[in-house]
Design a binder for this molecule. Structure first.
Ligand SMILES: Nc1ncnc2c1ncn2[C@@H]1O[C@H](COP(=O)(O)OP(=O)(O)OP(=O)(O)O)[C@@H](O)[C@H]1O
Ligand SMILES: [Mg+2]
Length: 272
């Protein structure tokens, strides 16, 4: 059986892996947060977050609305500054790096005047030769099963297809860190499940360190190696999900973990 330490501050402290739980990709970065705090005026949103995420791990962050999930993700992405505390990224050799980090939001945020392929090219940034950029965009569109839509306008796609384009735009530069802020939140239940399978597959192929914010506890336990519950600005629970990928829906062991997480989130005002 795989046993994974719940509170991991360094990969060497993780115990007894009987199978490789995490296969980190070449550019994957480890993330370490120490005493991280964030206040907006008198509102203390994050109140001392200590967290180590090994390179290549898939972590889900859940918690009530307003508990600071998006704030944490924005700080990880360098889109916002912490009020105090530290944030470090390490490459495979343990040296500090500035990782290539990409984020996908709930809304796809595509540029309506660019084709699907050109929207993906945007994710490569400046300085990539046009023909090569197009080829890379097509390859990643193939990965998200949208190769045939490369020349289409975003307005002519379904919601799930648009979100796959947004994912392709994030993946095209082969990020070391992928941040996902409720990326499947606006999709219907069936599209959501097929997108979960897609996310799981691309994560396993790319091996990037992935942080997924979600309201869906079932999604968290199906996709993540580890689920973190945020509550009142602190980590209330850090739960390992020690099952191989891809995971089946209807697995009773996952249902049990899901129940524990729901109780942790709902606590006294909703738990049984
Ligand atoms: N730019 C900002 N200025 C002031 N307050 C902010 C700002 N961004 C977030 N907050 C506050 O920080 C708190 C946490 O917000 P955040 O968006 O991180 O929550 P969340 O957990 O992502 O919620 P949800 O699940 O609803 O998306 C909220 O009280 C919010 O009002
Ligand atoms: Mg949010």
């Amino acid at each position: 059986m795989t046993v994974i330490a719940h509170e991991r501050f360094h990969p060497s402290e993780a115990v007894e892996f009987s199978e490789p739980a995490v296969v980190a990709g070449a550019g994957a970065a480890a993330i370490t947060l120490s005493g991280l705090e964030k206040s907006f005026g008198a509102n203390r949103v994050l109140r001392g977050i200590n967290l180590h995420i090994p390179a290549g791990e898939f972590v889900a962050v859940i918690g009530k609305s307003g508990c600071g999930k998006s704030t944490l993700l924005r700080i990880l992405m360098g889109l916002d500054e912490p009020t105090s505390g530290e944030l470090h990224f390490e490459g495979a050799d343990g040296a500090e790096i500035q990782p290539n980090a990409r984020i996908v939001f709930q809304e796809p945020r595509l540029l309506p005047w660019l084709s699907v392929a050109d929207n993906v090219v945007v994710g490569l940034g400046e300085g990539v030769e046009k023909k090569r950029a197009r080829e890379e965009a097509k390859a990643v569109l193939y990965e998200v099963q949208l190769a045939e839509k490369a020349g289409e306008w975003p307005a002519r796609l379904s919601g799930g297809q648009r979100q796959r384009v947004a994912l392709a735009r994030a993946l095209v530069s082969k990020p070391g860190i992928l941040a996902l802020d409720e990326p499947l939140g606006a999709l219907d239940a069936l599209t959501r499940i097929s997108m979960q399978q897609l996310l799981n597959r691309v994560w396993r192929e790319l091996g990037c360190t992935t942080v997924l914010v979600t309201h869906d506890v079932s999604e968290a336990v199906h996709l993540a190696d580890r689920v973190i519950v945020l509550e009142e600005g602190r980590i209330a629970l850090d739960l390992a999900i020690p099952y191989p990928h891809p995971r089946r829906h209807g697995n009773p062991a996952l249902a049990e973990l899901e129940g524990r997480l729901l109780s942790a989130i709902l606590g006294s005002d909703g738990g049984h």
